[in-house]
Design a protein. Structure first.
Length: 183
C-alpha cells in the first residue's frame, strides 16, 4: 500500500476570487488519494520579514509557518505575477525560511497562472531562483506557467481545457513520485 503524503498547498494570491486559489483547489481535486493536502492560508498573518525578529522564539505566525512546512512531505505553490514579479506576500513567506532551512530538499512544484499571454513567467522564474537558493527540491518538469487562465478554467474552478488538465495531472504525478522517493 502506498504511503500517504502530506502536501502543503500555498496560493500566492490574497484575493477572494483568485484564479490561482481556485486552480490550487482544482489541483487538490485532481490528485490521487495518496496526497493529503493542507492549505496554508497564513500569508496575511506573517509579519514582514525582519532579520531582527528572526530569532529562536520569533513571532508565533512564523513559528507556525515553519512547523507546517517542516511537517510536509512536499509543497505545491500556485501564484499570480504582480508588476513582473512575485507577489510580495508570497516572497515574504520564502524570506522567513532562508535562515531556518525547513524547505531543504523538499519536493516542490510551482504553477503560475495569469490571464495574460505570458502566464506569469517572470514571477515563476523569480520564485524558482529563490526556492533554489533555499535548497528546495524544485521539480522543474512539474513546474508550469499557464497563460490565458480565464479561458482554461471557469469561474467555478473547473478546468475546461483538457491539455491544461493533463499538464496539471502530470505535475501532481511528478510531485507524488518525488515525495515517495524520499520514503
Ligand atoms: C496584475 N496582473 C499581472 N499579470 C501578469 O501576468 N503580469 C503582471 O506583471 C501583472 N501585474 C499586475 C499588477 C497588478 C497591480 C494587478 C492588480 C494585476 C494581472 C493578474 O495576473 C491578474 O489580476 C490575476 O487574476 C491575479 O491572480 P489571481 O488573484 O486571480 O490569482
Amino acid at each position: 500500500m502506498k504511503k500517504e503524503l502530506n502536501i502543503l498547498a500555498i496560493s500566492g494570491s490574497l484575493r477572494n476570487q483568485s484564479s490561482n486559489t481556485l486552480l490550487m483547489h482544482a489541483m487538490i481535486k485532481l490528485a490521487t488519494p495518496n496526497l493529503r493536502f493542507e492549505v496554508y492560508d497564513g500569508l496575511s498573518d506573517l509579519p514582514h520579514f525582519n532579520p531582527d525578529l528572526d530569532i529562536e522564539e520569533g513571532p508565533v505566525p512564523v513559528q507556525n509557518w515553519r512547523e507546517r512546512l517542516e511537517h510536509s512531505d512536499g509543497v505545491l505553490i500556485c501564484t499570480p505575477e504582480y508588476g513582473n514579479g512575485v507577489p510580495g506576500a508570497l516572497k515574504n513567506v520564502l524570506d522567513w525560511i532562508v535562515s531556518s532551512g525547513e524547505w531543504l530538499n523538499k519536493p516542490t512544484i510551482v504553477i503560475a497562472a495569469s490571464p495574460s499571454p505570458m502566464g506569469g513567467d517572470k514571477a515563476h522564474a523569480s520564485l524558482l531562483l529563490t526556492l533554489k537558493m533555499i535548497n528546495a527540491q524544485v521539480l522543474q518538469e512539474g513546474c508550469l506557467t499557464i497563460p490565458y487562465i480565464t479561458l482554461k478554467m471557469n469561474k467555478e474552478g473547473v478546468i475546461i481545457d483538457s491539455k491544461t488538465q493533463h499538464a496539471l495531472q502530470k505535475s501532481l504525478t511528478i510531485l507524488e513520485e518525488a515525495c515517495n522517493l524520499k520514503g
